[in-house]
Ligand binder design. Structure first.
Ligand code: ATP
Length: 269
């Protein structure tokens, strides 16, 4: 069963690596148009595998979708390659940023427009748009990407994805390795891109506390299965999620109930 109103729907997929390791088990999720959906889970839960299954990048790792289907914008996409997906407006930003270190920031961004056929003026307008959302990239536009800080590299990777004019971005662990203030800055930009440009996001995150503040809906996966799903506010209020994923223990919950709440939020990544 696919979710007819969804932009992306993953329907009961099973993923195996090397025909031996069953990593995703009947995983179903959907992302509405213009939504921000969080895919949450600990190390090794299957978040990256889910992203790679959508982007059809499993084959190089001897992985395959052995059951179920993936639909995007009304069409089945399990057999499409990255170029076809980009042409349909679906972009992936992999975990770990993956900028071309020897190229300048601006050249990295231009690489993102590689498959566009709408002319130099339209590409220049997109570059301007990326610089408007990421002023730090404008400042660093002539620097080699390898010299950027981790946060700037994450911005460069998101900016490069934007240069393809995506309708939807799959963003794997945007907070990884970044200081809390930078994480907030990047998530704020994600929210602004969602509201102002209508970009839909599926965010894979270990950092549930930040992801649930910016997403509207979330899925929690454990060993390749969805174990909880719901509106972000409901997940944040779920006692088990608060204890196990938000690092709010029982005493912190008691503190919150009384006067002068004293949160003990813990960054998980
Ligand atoms: P992390 O945040 O650490 O990246 P994750 O939730 O993204 O975790 P995955 O990277 O999708 O998890 O890994 C899910 C499971 O699949 C893990 O048990 C992992 O060891 C296994 N796995 C990932 N890639 C491969 C591979 N190429 N071959 C075999 N097993 C793999």
């Amino acid at each position: 069963m696919t979710d007819a109103g969804a932009l992306l729907s993953i329907n009961a997929i099973e993923v195996m690596y090397a025909r031996l390791a069953l990593v995703l088990r009947s995983l179903t999720l959907s992302v509405p148009p213009q939504g921000i959906v969080a895919l949450l889970g600990a190390n090794g839960a299957g978040k990256t595998t889910t992203m790679k299954a959508v982007a059809n990048l499993l084959r190089s790792e001897r992985g395959e979708v052995t059951r179920g289907s993936i639909h995007y914008d009304g069409a089945r996409i399990d057999r499409l390659d990255a170029c076809d997906l980009a042409a349909r407006g679906l972009s992936l930003v992999m975990e770990g940023r993956h900028c071309f270190n020897a190229l300048t920031v601006e050249d990295n961004l231009k690489v993102g427009a590689f498959s566009r056929r709408d002319g130099a003026a339209a590409v220049a307008a997109s570059l301007e748009l990326v610089y408007r959302y990421f002023p730090r990239l404008r400042e660093r536009r002539l620097s080699a990407a390898g010299l950027l800080s981790g946060g700037e590299q994450q911005m460069c990777a998101i900016g490069r994805a934007l240069m393809a004019r995506p309708r939807m971005i799959l963003l794997d662990e945007p907070s990884m390795g970044l200081a809390p203030l930078l994480v907030e800055e990047i998530f704020t930009i994600i929210r602004t891109l969602n509201r102002e440009e209508g970009v839909t996001f599926l965010l894979a995150e270990q950092n549930a506390s930040v992801a649930l503040r910016y997403a509207t809906y979330g899925y929690l996966i454990e060993t390749g299965r969805v174990v909880r799903e719901g509106a972000a506010a409901d997940l944040m209020a779920d006692p088990e999620i608060r204890t196990s994923y938000l690092g709010l223990d029982a005493s912190a919950r008691r503190d919150e109930a009384g006067p002068g709440p004293r949160r003990r939020a813990r960054w998980l990544s």
